[in-house]
Design a protein around this ligand. Sequence first.
Ligand code: SF4
Ligand code: SF4
Ligand code: SF4
Length: 449
Amino acid sequence: MNHNNYQSCVAVAGSNPSIIKDESLCVECGHCLAVCSEEIGVAGKRIAPAGSETENACINCGQCSAACPEQSLQVKSEIDDVRAAIRDPEKIVVFSTSPSVRVGIGDAFLDQAGAYAEGKMVAAIKTLGADYVFDVTFSADLTIIEEGCELIKRILTGSAPLPQFTSCCPAWVKFVETYYPQIIPHLSSAKSPIGMQGATIKTYFAAKQALSPRHIVTVNVTPCTAKKAEIRRPELNDAGKLLGEPSMRDNDYVITTKELAQWMQQEQIDFAALPDMDFDSVLGKGSGAGVIFGNTGGVMEAALRMAYQSLTGNPPPDKLLEFQPVRGLEGVKEASAEIGDTTVKVAVIYGTANAARFLEGDISGYHFVEVMTCPGGCISGAGQPQMHTIPVTNDIRLSRIRSMYAEDARMTLRNSVDNPEIQQVYQEFYKEPLGELSEKLLHTTYYRR
Ligand code: SF4
Ligand code: SF4
Ligand code: SF4
């Protein structure tokens, strides 16, 4: 079937880096349009001429593809490019895996949805030919340090407007740039975790290992289709700018959990039989705060742990190690936390349609607001496997969320500031949060679209 009925389905520009559409498979069921309009708040937001919706209007979240029962909408694959890099003897291929991949990958191979499969995931990527496998929970901790220090600075000095909004979800960032540019000064300037990871790999790690950054290929495995667009943002070449090679990208490829599972199936890797393997070091160790980044409310909880310790000098109390008001599957949650002399008022939102409603209300009085585009956070990113149901159910989302919180509770290292690898990278390289080098490599800028 070839048609252009944009009354019933989303339009996808050929230049969209995240999703592709096979018109011949579309049955005009309307599921994609409903998600894009009702949950993401994009379809219908900017009226484009029929059949010519611009790539600019799409925020690349991929949730339309996750809702498509006919495989008409699919994630754009980068597996072949990564395979080519692995075959190239000159290239050093460095993988980094986002927190949610380890609770999503098992859905494709194991019986139990949400199984915590970190060790097998690392082993699988090594089997596929990675030279190094690092953990994005490391740079989730780095993000919390930089973003938390920025928040404290805003609160104590008024250096920028409050509330501060999180910036780790690239679909949310593009939503603000496109539809609410007046909010740009409220976005944290901290890059997303993979943005920090790529820049750190091509500078600090390359120098430490005496590797040529030109030969390093950074591959991020994420639950996220929007990160395929994020890594192609022109300004995200900070390692190259620092090293005098501005054509070098901080990150080269993003493949989703689903692409990783497909690649493993093509190579006939028996996931369940793989031994557990550890991440490489450095950039391979995260705290529990970094692990829960994938859950809605996880970034907020991680930031409050960090802020408490930084402002009071004491470890966070039990209440902040399991801060129930920001947990769970409600689309908008609000809470207050006593930190030193300040009552910090926060909100946690998922679904950019919910965020739009929040922005259209009175946002004064809040200090920090977390926004994730996907339902339940990154654990339900459009790049997660969907072996059980389309669309994914709340039961499956909750099983992934519980799996992350259980791992956090099991860990002794639960605060980003206590991560010894983070302390090492500041000591040896960045020197201090919000310092000159940190600002160059770990922070970024946004623009009105
Ligand atoms: S990727 Fe997201 S914003 Fe773009 S069309 Fe699909 S649901 Fe809408
Ligand atoms: S969800 Fe898939 S099949 Fe249904 S209208 Fe959208 S593209 Fe077509
Ligand atoms: S919530 Fe997570 S997976 Fe979804 S678009 Fe944002 S960063 Fe990507």
